[in-house]
Write a protein that binds this ligand. Structure first.
Ligand code: ADP
Length: 242
């Protein structure tokens, strides 16, 4: 196994004595689409918050020999860990291109020093192409369709060179066609990244998941392929309510 994986070992998160994450172990390998599912309150968001340094946690979260629990949030981003939230957080008044420029610029020294202001940097062009928004580059992000805003957010992670992407319900509110385009996008960018998707849309999970982790009451209840998860009686009982 190369070092491009995210390792979570014995992680716990407590909120005022309430254990929201309870001794979670996970190994998230590059090149697979990982889906994190489970009922509301299972701890999915809190786990992602722990990885990105937004809540204090105990245990070990390691990426490329760095312990993320002992790393400040902005340094976690610099280490190549990126995330999206349920509601897209793009700059609505700025163009698609400006959004990508800003996201990339935070991380690129040349941009910060004003050296890369002539023309569009190639990594921005590539991101535009990947997310399918090349023709809409001059549009204000605020007028984009819901799905396009989500893709722009993913594009913002691409220009930051995020090697690990944690996506919170990226297809919520999307049309069937947009969901399919998003799944294809994740497949394309996921081949050389570690992608973790929190998702409630089981049809989307069935179509695109390589590995599914089911969480319940702060713990990992089961992990495996979609078929393995669906056949697991504990999952049926707790998650599907059968
Ligand atoms: P999920 O994303 O699976 O729906 P969450 O991670 O949001 O679950 O929540 C897990 C549990 O932790 C829930 O019981 C929730 O109420 C609790 N929780 C989440 N954030 C906080 C917080 N900041 N303070 C107290 N309890 C919290």
């Amino acid at each position: 196994m190369n070092d491009d994986y995210l390792e979570v070992r014995g992680v716990c998160v407590d909120f005022d004595g309430f254990r929201a994450i309870d001794d979670v172990d996970l190994t998230l390998l590059q090149g697979r689409l990982h889906f994190l599912i489970g009922p509301n309150g299972a701890g999915k968001t809190t786990l992602v918050d722990a990885v990105t340094g937004l809540v204090p946690a105990s245990g070990l979260i390691r990426y490329r020999n760095q312990d993320l629990l002992r790393t400040k949030p902005h340094r976690i981003v610099r280490s190549g860990i990126g995330r999206t939230f349920q509601t897209a957080t793009v700059f609505e008044g700025l163009s698609v291109l400006q959004n990508l420029d800003i996201a990339g610029g935070i991380h690129r020294r040349a941009w910060r020093m004003g050296l890369a202001r002539r023309g569009t940097p190639s990594y921005v062009e590539e991101a535009l192409e990947t997310i399918g928004l090349t023709d809409l580059r001059e549009r204000p992000a605020g007028v984009l369709a819901h799905g396009q805003k989500q893709w722009l957010e993913i594009g913002m992670l691409l220009v930051q060179d995020a090697r690990v992407m944690l996506l919170d319900e990226p297809v919520a509110g999307m049309s069937a066609e947009e969901r399919e385009q998003t799944g294809d996008l994740l497949r394309r960018i996921g081949s050389e990244r570690t992608i973790v998707v929190i998702e409630h849309d089981m049809e989307f999970v069935r179509s695109y998941a390589d590995v599914v982790t089911v969480m319940h009451a702060g713990k990992v209840l089961a992990e495996g392929t979609v078929a393995e998860i669906q056949a697991d009686p504990r999952v049926q009982e707790v998650y599907l309510g059968r």
